[in-house]
Write a protein that binds this ligand. Structure first.
Ligand code: ATP
Length: 376
């Protein structure tokens, strides 16, 4: 089997991949390079928990795809290996974006079954979690991953307040909180209510974007585990790293390697060539767009679609089109515009309009077709 396209694809039992699983989104890498300082700070904050005391709270910040979630997972695994007296729970706030939903997830993590679907009050839900914690004499460490979504829904202050003041209502409950934000434009502390600010003084841990040499280093490891020897040459790896560095998101590089491998297989080739990577990049570069879209509800998707068809127009005109379709009022409309803006899906910039003062114009952050294709 050679590089001749006439020969078709590689047969089902032939592959460029040694272990394709290492390119999956939930794969936890064995080696975690270039995050030593961050891991040390996190470990420092959690040490008291391993000794049975309340840990320090932490605020983790950094752009998407810089290893924040991976760091938390590694840390929780390490704590779990030390002691069974600390319960560690990670909540994905993109999925659980309200206080009630966060606590439902904590309930599930505590009891291994979901809270009754008939619905119980928040107070009861919280009470049961806290009672169990005190009864078992365990420390709870909660990581609110992608906490920025709680801010977009205006739920962050209430959620944190409940967690941070738990010991007052439930004496003996020891809870530590790690908030993880991937929105560089969000000032977490500043955006919290003053009643929360007064009790939340977290350790600050920052995850900068990886530079090109670091990306090469990290991806090289994935290549060794994921591909057979000789499939990805040095030059190709450098090319993948350069494209990844343009986005700053390591997930792009991992996805690129995977797709480029699949492209090579389609050509019945046992080596990945530059063209396989270039073609793959057309899809991989939109990985964060796809991820942001997956967290939107139907109304939010509808508005984004309307904006796509009115790209660059004034907020008032876009509202008219949106209202015609959904009948929703201006307040709700404005809230969704803000959310789409915070998610980096649109730019809502103030511009001067003749005779109408200043007004916001709404434009897409990505190409129109890339957005519309993914909304279908
Ligand atoms: N230092 C590293 N070594 C190996 N793999 C890494 C490293 N850093 C990140 N990754 C990988 O990159 C991908 C993105 O990492 P991760 O999900 O931890 O980023 P994140 O900062 O939490 O992103 P987001 O803010 O979007 O949640 C994952 O597949 C992860 O395995």
């Amino acid at each position: 089997m050679g590089d001749d396209p006439e020969e078709g694809m590689l047969s089902w039992d032939e592959s460029v991949f040694r272990d394709e699983h290492v390119f999956e989104i939930d794969y936890l890498p064995e080696t975690f390079k270039h995050r030593k300082g961050q891991m040390e700070s996190l470990t420092y904050a959690l040490r008291p928990a391993v000794r049975g005391s309340r840990p320090l709270n932490v605020m983790v910040r950094g752009p998407p795809g810089t290893g924040k979630t991976t760091a938390i997972q590694k840390l929780f695994d390490e704590v779990g290996a030390q002691t069974a007296d600390v319960r560690t729970l990670r909540v994905n706030c993109q999925v659980n974006a309200t206080r009630y939903s966060v606590f439902s997830r904590l309930f599930e993590g505590t009891f291994d079954y979901e809270p009754p679907s008939s619905g119980i009050s928040f107070k009861k839900l919280f009470g049961q979690i806290a009672d169990k914690l005190v009864e078992d004499d365990r420390v709870l460490v909660v990581a609110l991953d992608d906490v920025n979504y709680l801010f977009y829904e205006n739920e962050a202050s209430d959620t944190l307040y409940s967690l941070l003041r738990a010991h007052e209502e439930y004496p003996g409950a020891k809870i530590g909180v790690i908030v993880v934000s991937s929105d560089p434009a969000l000032d977490v502390i500043e955006e919290l209510d003053s009643r929360v600010q007064s009790v939340f003084r977290p350790e600050d841990v920052y995850f900068p974007v990886y530079d090109s040499p670091e990306i090469v280093d990290i991806l090289e490891e994935r290549v060794k585990r994921g591909f057979h020897e000789g499939v990805i040459g040095r030059e190709i790896l450098d090319y993948v790293a350069t494209l990844t560095a343009e986005t700053g998101d390591l997930r792009v590089g991992i996805d690129l390697l995977h797709r480029a491998g699949l492209n090579a297989e389609m050509r019945a080739s046992r080596t990945v060539e530059r063209q396989d990577v270039t073609e793959a990049y057309d899809k991989s570069k939109y990985i964060s767009l796809s991820q942001s879209l997956s967290g939107l509800n139907d109304t939010e998707r509808r508005l984004l679609e309307v904006i796509a068809h009115h790209d660059g127009e004034q907020a008032g005109d876009v509202y008219d089109a949106f209202h015609d379709e959904t009948n929703l009022g201006y307040t709700r409309y404005s809230e969704i515009v803000n959310k789409l803006d915070q998610l980096g899906l649109i730019n809502a910039d103030y511009t001067s309009v003749d005779g109408r003062g200043r007004s916001r114009s709404l434009s897409l952050s990505y190409e129109k077709d890339a957005v519309l294709n993914r909304l279908d």
